[in-house]
Design a protein. Sequence first.
Length: 72
Amino acid sequence: MGGRIVLRLDRMMVERGRSLNWLADQVGITNVNLSKIKNNRVSAIRFTTLAAICEALDCQPGDILEYEPDED
C-alpha cells in the first residue's frame, strides 16, 4: 500500500494567470519556499499556507492536491 500526494500548484497558477512573485506576496512566504511547493520539492505543507494559497487563487485544496497511487 502506498502512493503519494502531488501538488498541482503550477497548473492552478497557470489557470488563474498568476505569477510566482504575485502568489508569494499574497501568501506571505518567500519565492524560494513557494517555488519548492510549486515544484513538489516538499514533504509537508502547513494548513495555514494551503489555506492562504487557496484564498489567493480562489480555489479548493482538492484543486491543487492530487493522490497518485503506486504503479505496483
